[in-house]
Ligand binder design. Sequence first.
Ligand code: AP5
Length: 215
Amino acid sequence: MTMKLIFIGPPGSGKGTQAKRLASRFGIPHISTGDILREAVADGTALGQQAAPIMAAGQLVPDDLMVGIIRERLTKADAKKGFILDGFPRTLVQAEKLDTIVSGNGQGDLRVLQLLVPDEAIVKRIALRRTCAQCGAIYHLENQPPAAKDVCDKCGGALIARPDDTETAVRKRLESFHRQTAPVASHYKAKQLLREVNGIGPVDQVFERIEKSLN
Ligand code: AP5
């Protein structure tokens, strides 16, 4: 089965955590626009230099840049058999462009999964998130702690708190989610492509709910 899945959800709702698992289950790429941008920031590219202050402030990078990144990424060979998009589309303009790109590439219908997590749970989750600076693995100091303090279980890289995980930036990201990304969910609901999954509970349980909703 070809899987072309979009994950929608507020910051910290578990999109990255669940998308990585699903991608390895289905053998398709996990395409995270946040990861692509963080890599560009780490590499100091022109894109990274433009995106860094916007991301740190919890705001959105301009649509034309993001659409260009995804347009190019989806033409790569590994995306032909499916993909999981995490963090894109985030605005109605991005959603409309994506619909055109996917139909133009002959990639067929999308499925859209929205993770539902209330704002207050998000603020708590993000405060204790740690990410591997080397491989991007995601941890939580209470819910998914690494075996050794500040060291990634998978690659031995250093675990860091993201610069946009301050409470002020998280509140801004939540506001932007409700204002700019919630209409994306409505867009796909109107097309009857949206499935909603409760994102509260242990990671394994949320994964089971996602699998069930995709079957
Ligand atoms: P991005 O990286 O996409 O950030 P985000 O959407 O804010 O999402 P997060 O990565 O913060 O959270 P997540 O849902 O993946 O949760 P996670 O699995 O880590 O984007 C960053 C920035 O880039 C944006 O603010 C913007 O500036 C820019 N950008 C990116 N895409 C863009 C676009 N398309 N257009 C414009 N700008 C764009 O989980 C969070 C924590 O909770 C972890 O610690 C995890 O261990 C824990 N956790 C996960 N599941 C559970 C659970 N079930 N129970 C308890 N804890 C859990």
